[in-house]
Design a protein around this ligand. Sequence first.
Ligand SMILES: N[C@@H](CCC(=O)N[C@@H](CS)C(=O)NCC(=O)O)C(=O)O
Length: 216
Amino acid sequence: MVITLYYAPVTCAMVSWIMLNEVHAEFQTIDLNFRKKDHRKTEYLTINPLHKVPALVVNEKVLTENVAIIQWINATFPNEVVLPTNPWEHFKAISLLSWCSSGIHPFLTRMNNPKKIVGGSDNTDSVIQIATTEINECLQVADIMLGKKEFFFNNFSAVDVHFFWCCRRATQFGIALKRFRNVQRHFHFISQRQSVKKLLHYEASVIQKFETSQKA
Ligand SMILES: N[C@@H](CCC(=O)N[C@@H](CS)C(=O)NCC(=O)O)C(=O)O
């Protein structure tokens, strides 16, 4: 089986990258430089016409969306911990992954590029303000959900990684986690995981590679 992950630093593609590492999959990563609009180039549009990462290519077949990729990883590596095995918890995990992907992520996208929402108008402040309020509400809900637990479920799962990405992106946009003690603790705990540390190291090396190529 030949597995390739299309990835870009800082993006939610890190969720799939980390989970492929968690299951010890052999895969290659293709790094896209968003600053150079690699994701808008014909070569990538033939992989994902929606110009988003992650995209997973398995034996020349393309799968997009973290929620789908995670379920593929779970089905392909049944001996590894990706999603809870208890049926109810399994679907509860899909529900939480979908929440990260479609309930939290869109507000992070707005914070990243408010112009996309307001078009020609300069009124980006209100977009950022509304997105901040929505993200804080999500963090509050997650804080209660987590309580004193280490993970969202009894054991580690992909939900912990997806939520970690949401929190990391939120902090990059200036949202403080300290109001949410359980979320902050979870964030720190997940950041210490081997696969996450490996990703952060990889991400730094890709950013460095892009910066060097920019200067050349
Ligand atoms: N729901 C998708 C979101 C994918 C997504 O929006 N990716 C962003 C990076 S975080 C992207 O590639 N944006 C580039 C673009 O939209 O052109 C998933 O979880 O896979």
